[in-house]
Design a protein around this ligand. Structure first.
Ligand SMILES: [Zn+2]
Length: 153
């Protein structure tokens, strides 16, 4: 048993501890489940658990994706009237954002180095309305490339 203090209400909640591993980085973590947890089998929570570090990275992921969405929306809205200034500024932002994204993924999976290619920025610039699909593909691509690099040596 352990106690969890709700950061907002300061309420002290009795919890059972379950040892498990983070679903992302596989580091061992202790999951606290409130003893009055009654939304179903608490053991079902275990495979969903992730460590604080990975939870922070998930938040970072959403933040970066939101920014990519905003830049892409601006390109889309401007359409054929997009000025060179807007396009070069957008390209600059997307370069920074996708590099951050690649770095974040290598952190998330505990890998060294990062795979980044300007091609992903070209794709986003060409098809800003597909940013969601492109970023989803990037996630897989970066993740798998990191894996490959790690395996290679
Ligand atoms: Zn983790």
């Amino acid at each position: 048993m352990s106690k969890y203090i709700d950061p907002h209400t300061k309420e002290v909640i009795d919890c059972n501890n379950h040892g498990t591993n983070c679903k992302f980085c596989k580091n061992p973590i202790t999951l606290q489940v409130a003893i009055f947890y009654d939304l179903g089998d608490p053991l079902k929570l275990i495979p969903l658990a992730c460590c604080n570090e990975c939870a922070d990275l998930r938040r970072l992921r959403r933040r970066i994706e939101r920014k990519v969405q905003l830049v892409c929306a601006a390109i889309q809205v401007a359409g054929s009237n997009a000025t060179d200034g807007l396009l070069s500024k957008s390209r600059e932002s997307l370069t920074v954002l996708t590099k951050d994204y690649a770095r974040m993924i290598s952190n998330l999976y505990g890998m060294d180095g990062m795979a980044w290619d300007e091609e992903c920025v070209n794709l986003l610039m060409d098809k800003p309305e597909k940013w969601n699909l492109i970023i989803g593909e990037l996630w897989k691509l970066f993740r798998d490339t990191q894996k490959y690099q790690t395996t290679k040596g």
